[in-house]
Design a protein around this ligand. Structure first.
Ligand SMILES: O=C(O)CCC(=O)C(=O)O
Ligand SMILES: [Fe+2]
Length: 577
């Protein structure tokens, strides 16, 4: 398997992040000027050709470049302020303009801005996950840690270290958190379970956490097992990733997300809750990913109080590396807004992973747990940790001064990208597509492009009529809710939920009772819990949303005696012929 990020070209000293040698920049800007001239000439030519016709002329914003496998894109981009200004995405609220912005074909664009934030020399910062100073013998073989973003002008920095934790350790942590986490489902406006979540606080803190309008309470009593799992994970992460940070300066809280289905996701947002003061002060985050492979995107946010990303600025990171057999016990540590003011200038996003490709290796394991460690700055009034004013944290005053530098890990290098459904996998990450580059006459997303580069045969696309359904629509949800209510009212007995397994959706469902859909992961979890509870006296902690299903399973039937098993609203696919 090739690395998900093709290797960077040999960097000029110092190692990344760092400025390119002056000569390289000059050569780049000369090439840029030439490109621009070519572009102007081609627009002029089109004008001449179309003179006198009523056909509107479609001016390409850049000359598209077609890549073949012998010419891999060089990721990593150092931009100077003069570059690409004509392609800059503007803040657009108007729907028509927004559509045009989606169609724009342009290279990656995340440029340093006129200084808006104090430089590191003036206001030093100890950069968490400054992975270049991490010991070299840690991390699974074939994995490397790298800085993906270094934008001092905005004080936004991010590093990513796939495979930072040993697989065995990840496997234990994953199981412990899955079993003991006090998971609560989060619902979209349409009633879909977008993911499950829980919240962990340390040192006697009692602050709650809010996701939009959903509030996740700090449990008065966090179970011993959950606490132990979180503390062990923290210890391991800090020891490996931030060995220089003293224990008393470790993060004081974490929010956890559980994605059990490939289509579950988190929309574009910034973690700008007042607890962390992420818009006013440097706000470090350490995000640990366990389990199935998912992507994590980071982008500059549009001006104003809007959570839309500037599409051409998206930086894509792969959380947890997929492996040929199983990807369940992989880890990745991302320090995205990891330091600095990312929450002020950027937004982030976890796309769904529903790809219309048969036999993807990660189909068998889809659950992923994300643990995001943070520092609460402003405890709520009623919290015992509340103090007047805000604390100065260790990392804010320490850290070696550095020269001003700029680096963005743009997977497509300086090639033109377009927001499209990928020709390889049809992935619709957001608003009908994702950034794709042209490769051998196909528009390919990062993953398909990397797949193509690896020399592997192209994916077999599933015909449209046999594709796995996306999220259930409102009509389906309402129909299921009505059926559920009817069941509640009539008390009708429920048939066996394990009757059928659909291999494509990998979800169990009951044909005559379609709202009961349980994923194999949940069935397995319930079976393990049932076995544990048989062995031990007493039931181990289960997710709140799983509790009724667990009870039903333990009772040997789904809903025959207990209340309905409303695990989640999963799509109920038509069986494959
Ligand atoms: O799952 C992830 O990697 C990110 C989750 C996230 O952004 C959040 O909980 O705020
Ligand atoms: Fe977030």
């Amino acid at each position: 398997m090739t690395s998900l990020y093709p290797p960077l070209p040999a960097p000029a000293a110092p190692v990344l992040p760092g400025p390119q040698a002056a000569g390289t920049q000059r050569a780049q800007s000369q090439a840029e000027d030439q490109n621009r001239q070519r572009l102007l000439l081609s627009c002029h030519l089109q004008d001449l050709l179309s003179a006198g016709t009523s056909e509107p002329v479609r001016r390409p914003l850049v000359t598209e470049k077609t890549h073949d496998a012998r010419e891999p894109i060089t990721p990593g981009l150092v931009l100077d302020a003069r570059q690409s200004t004509r392609f800059a995405e503007r803040s657009v609220r108007d729907p028509a303009e927004r559509k045009a912005s989606l169609r724009r074909v342009a290279p990656h664009l995340w440029e340093a801005t006129q200084r808006t934030e104090p430089p590191l020399k003036e206001q030093p910062l100890l950069l968490l996950g400054d992975f270049h100073s991490a010991p070299k013998d840690v991390g699974a073989p074939g994995t490397s840690c790298r800085v993906v973003l270094w934008d001092e002008s905005r004080r936004c920095f991010a590093s990513h270290w796939p495979g930072a934790l040993p697989p065995d350790f990840c496997s234990h942590s994953f199981d412990a958190l899955m079993t003991h986490g006090p998971w609560e489902p989060l619902h979209s406006k349409k009633g879909q379970v977008t993911r499950e979540t829980c919240w962990y606080v340390r040192k006697g803190c009692r602050c709650d956490y809010t996701y939009g309008i959903a509030r996740v309470r700090a449990k008065r009593k966090q179970t011993q097992a959950f606490r132990a799992a979180m503390e062990i994970l923290l210890e391991e992460v800090m020891r490996r990733v931030c060995p220089s940070l003293p224990k008393e300066a470790w993060p004081n809280c974490a929010n956890l997300n559980l994605y059990t289905e490939a289509w579950q996701s988190v929309g574009w947002h910034a973690d700008d809750e007042s607890l962390f003061m992420g818009k006013d002060r440097d706000c470090p985050i350490l995000s640990v990913s366990l389990g199935a492979r998912r992507e994590f995107w980071l982008a500059l946010r549009h001006q104003g109080n809007c959570m839309d990303p500037q599409l051409k600025s998206i930086v894509e990171a792969q959380r947890a590396m997929p492996s040929a057999q199983f990807c369940s016990f992989q880890s990745s540590v991302l320090a995205p807004s990891s330091k600095g003011l990312c929450q002020k200038h950027c937004v982030h996003f976890v796309p769904c992973d529903v790809r219309n490709i048969e036999s993807t290796s990660h189909d068998s394991v889809r659950a992923r747990i994300n643990v995001t460690w943070r520092w609460i700055r402003e405890h709520k009034q009623r919290c015992p940790q509340h103090v007047e004013g805000t604390e100065q944290f260790f990392f804010e005053s320490s850290g070696p001064p550095r020269d001003e530098q700029f680096f963005v890990h743009a997977w497509a290098g300086q090639c033109a990208m377009a927001w499209k459904l990928c020709d390889g996998c049809d992935h619709d990450a957001w608003r009908g597509g994702r950034n794709c580059v042209k490769h051998q006459n196909q528009w390919l997303c990062r993953l398909c492009y990397e797949h193509a580069l690896s020399g592997a045969p192209p994916h077999q696309k599933v015909p449209r009529d046999r594709r796995r359904p996306r999220r259930p629509g409102l009509a389906v949800i309402e129909a299921r809710a009505a059926a559920e209510e009817e069941f509640n009212n009539t008390g009708a007995s429920r048939p066996d939920a394990l009757q059928q397994l659909n291999p494509l959706s990998a979800a169990f469902f009951v044909p005559s009772y379609p709202q009961v859909v349980v994923t194999p992961m949940q069935i397995q979890q319930m079976q393990v819990l049932a076995e544990l509870s048989r062995l031990a006296d007493g039931r181990p902690g289960v997710s709140s949303s799983m509790a009724p299903a667990y009870q039903a399973l333990a009772a040997g039937s789904f809903g025959a005696t207990s209340s309905p098993t409303k695990v989640s609203y999963y799509p109920v696919p038509a069986p494959l012929q």
